[in-house]
Ligand binder design. Structure first.
Ligand SMILES: CC(C)(COP(=O)(O)OP(=O)(O)OC[C@H]1O[C@@H](n2cnc3c(N)ncnc32)[C@H](O)[C@@H]1OP(=O)(O)O)[C@@H](O)C(=O)NCCC(=O)NCCS
Length: 290
């Protein structure tokens, strides 16, 4: 699938010389054959690489944490510094997009609380860490500067494309993650493959109304984010399970959770329905066709 990144399109920014994907991983964990699992030509520029274990790169780590803290300020879920080190830099893959600092728009400078003296300023972040299951990873953080900007100043699709870049570059086969049922981020996380609900009610998390998901990464679905119409083979492979889930009703989440625990699933949500409906709407639950 080709993305329209030509001049005048909403995604023109991807082509800009002022913007680059970046990878912030240990030298011995650099991806050997990046972007070989999925055939994709969405990212025209070679990624920047910074080594998080080098002292002089601490200022880049500081910038990432600064952007992330501001992006998560409303939800109160900013990542503690030691979590960034122990649970991201050491075991995982950290990536995103960076903007040339010299040409960083004023609104971005204000949103970030100033301008750094480094050549590049991170404007988005995706972190994914491996789980004990073969080929399975956990998406631990997604954030973008867009959330701090006026609508006119945003780079459309920055958050979504940040996750696309990370999944593509690091050759991720299976992606899990956790998000809150009423979060607008659900619209993004659900567009990467058939979206299985692993937990619907999650009291082990700070927020019990957290949904844990798992999906087999399938680029055919990615297009659905931009096209806003059903993509992939979801409607051929999955059928309605005969009930719905109400993201705002705790008893509805617990009822789905009980069904999952009794192995009545696996249960899925429709990527198209999640893309189409405003956050918090009642959603149909699906099962794989027998
Ligand atoms: C969630 C987040 C990463 C999305 O990134 P983004 O760059 O803002 O979003 P994108 O440009 O990629 O996607 C744009 C689409 O998502 C929707 N969207 C994104 N954030 C939204 C929000 N807060 N409320 C409503 N819609 C939102 C946009 O309306 C747009 O949809 P449209 O095409 O139908 O208009 C970003 O808002 C963020 O950093 N939020 C704070 C941290 C957070 O909650 N992270 C997710 C943790 S699970």
């Amino acid at each position: 699938m080709n993305l329209d990144i030509s001049s005048g399109s909403k995604l023109e920014w991807l082509n800009s010389e002022d913007i680059r994907p970046y990878v912030f991983v240990r030298e011995d964990m650099r991806v050997k054959n990046p972007g070989t699992l999925i055939d994709l030509n969405w990212f025209p520029h070679k990624p920047l690489w910074f080594n998080p274990l080098h002292m002089d790169e601490v200022s880049y780590a500081n910038q990432i944490l600064n952007m992330e803290k501001r992006a998560f300020s409303e939800s109160g879920m900013a990542m503690p510094r030691w979590v960034f080190y122990d649970c991201a830099i050491m075991p995982g893959f950290v990536a995103g997009f960076a903007h040339k600092t010299k040409t960083l728009p004023l609104e971005m400078q204000v949103a970030l609380g100033g301008k750094s003296d480094r050549q590049w300023t991170p404007i988005s972040l995706f972190i994914i860490i491996p789980t004990m299951n073969e080929g399975e990873w956990f998406a631990h953080n997604l954030s973008s500067i867009n959330t701090l900007l006026s609508k006119e100043s945003r780079f459309y699709g920055l958050g979504f494309l940040t996750k696309c870049f990370g999944l593509w570059y690091a050759n991720i086969e299976t992606c899990c993650g956790a998000t809150q049922w009423t979060s607008p981020a659900l619209k993004l996380h659900s567009q990467f493959g058939a979206f299985e609900v692993l937990t619907a009610y999650t009291p082990a998390h700070d927020y019990a109304h957290t949904l844990t998901y798992r999906l087999k990464v399938d680029p055919v679905y990615w297009e659905g984010f931009f096209a806003k119409r059903p993509m992939g083979d979801f409607s051929k492979l999955y059928v309605e399970a005969g009930f719905s889930v109400n993201p705002y009703k705790e008893d509805s989440l617990i009822s789905l959770q009980r069904k999952i625990e009794k192995h009545e699933g696996p249960f899925f949500l429709s990527p198209y329905e999640l893309r189409d409906k405003p956050p918090g709407e009642v959603l149909k639950v699906y099962k794989a066709k027998a």
